[in-house]
Design a protein around this ligand. Sequence first.
Ligand SMILES: C[S@@+](CC[C@H](N)C(=O)[O-])C[C@H]1O[C@@H](n2cnc3c(N)ncnc32)[C@H](O)[C@@H]1O
Length: 421
Amino acid sequence: MPPPKRSTPLQRSSHPERAQPPPPSREKTGWSRGALCRRVGKDEHCAFTYADFNNGEGISIITTPARIVLLGSQTPLAPFPETDNTEDKTPPSFDTIPSSYRDVAIPNKGIGLVATQPIRADRRIMARTPAVMVDDRAFKGLRRDDLALLLGQAILALPDAHRSRFLNLSIAHDEAASEGGKTGMELIYNIFTNNAFKTTVTLRKIDEQGGGAAASSSEADFQSTFTEVSRLNHDCSPNLGYYFDSATLSHKVYAARDIMPGEELTVSYVDVLQPRATRARLLNTTWHFPCACARCGHGLPNTNDDTHLPLESDARTDQIRSLLRSLDDYTTPSAHTPEKAELLITLYELEGLQVRIYEAYYRAALEWNGVGDAVRATRYARLCLAKGLVLRGPDRPFVRSIQALVQDARAHWSWRFRVKD
Ligand SMILES: C[S@@+](CC[C@H](N)C(=O)[O-])C[C@H]1O[C@@H](n2cnc3c(N)ncnc32)[C@H](O)[C@@H]1O
C-alpha cells in the first residue's frame, strides 16, 4: 500500500472563544501543546507532545491539561530533574530487542511481520511505546472532525522518524479506495482508528507530604497507536501474545509458542473464544477483511466454510466456553472437576490457543487443589505462572493468586474447596 499523503498544514491561529492559556514551556516540562483544543462537556482536550520521550522517539497524548500534569509527573513520562544530584538519572528501560523479524508484503493482508530466525516460546519479541494516545473520553465524546483536528496536531508535533512511521501505517480498505479525496487530517484519523487499541494506564496521585509515595491510584483508558506493533496481522490462533505495561507505557509482545523462520507473526484482534461467525463479523465490520485463518476454515486444502474442520473447531470452542462456565461456578457441587480442567488444556492445545493456555492451567491448579492434591496443583500453578507472566504481565489478580498457591497450596483459598467435610 502506498504511504498516505502527508497531512495538509493545520490551522494554528486560535479562535478567540477558545482562547487557551499559554502552552507549558517546553524547556521546563518537556511537553508542548497544540494551539487548538476541543471540549467534551466541561473538559477541554488538547494534543500534548513530549518529543524527547524514549530516546527521542516522542509521544503525543490527547487528553485534558489536568491529566497531562498527572501523567507528566510520574515515570516514565516525567523529565529528569536537572538539579537533584542525588537522584538516579538512569532513563527508564525500553529494551532494544534485536529484531528476529522483518516486514514483508503478504498477499491480501498488506504488510505483515515474518520471523527471520527460530523464535522460542515465551521469548520477548518487542517492547514499544505509542506514537499517539487518545483519552477514551475524547475518543468517545469528540465529533469526528474535532478528533481529526487534534490528531493532526498530535502527529505533526511528533519527531520526523516516528511521524513518518505512523503515516505509513495502513488505513481500512474501503477508506483506501477513496484516499484521493481525503484531507491530511482525515487520513490521519483513518490511520489512527484502523490501528488503535485500548490501553489502560494507572495514574498515581503523588502525596507531596509523604516523601513522593503514591497517595492513591486510578485507572484511565486510552486508545493508542504503536507503529511497529500495528504491523502485526490477525490470526484466530495467534503465535504472539501481548499486554500493555502501564509502568513503562510500553506494549510488550511475546511468542506464545515456538515459531519457525518464515512464519508470519500474528496476534488476535478479537476474543479467540468467540464463535467463528462472531469473530468473522467483528473482523469484517471493524477491520474490513474476511477472516481467512485456519480456524475460520480457510487456508486448508479442499475446504470451505462449511466443511467438517471449521465445524469441529467451533464445537471445541463451544466446549471450552461451557467447561469454563461449569468450572467457574464454585457454588454448585461439581464432580470430576480436575479431569474437566485437564480436558480444557487439551482443547486449548487442539485449537492452537497457546496464547490463552494459562487460563486452562489456572483452572487445573485450582481444581487439583480443590480436591486436596497439592503436588498436582503446584505443578499446574507453575505452568500457569510461566505462561501468564509473559502473556498477561505481572499485575494481574490471577497471577498474584497463583503465586500464593505456589508458595503454600494448603494456605490458598482453594485448598479442598471441592471436598465436603
Ligand atoms: C493493524 S493493521 C495490520 C498491518 C497491515 N497489514 C499493514 O499493512 O500495515 C490492520 C489491517 O491489516 C489487514 N489485515 C490484518 N490481518 C489480516 C488478515 N488476517 N487477513 C487480511 N487482512 C488483514 C487489514 O487490512 C486490517 O485493517
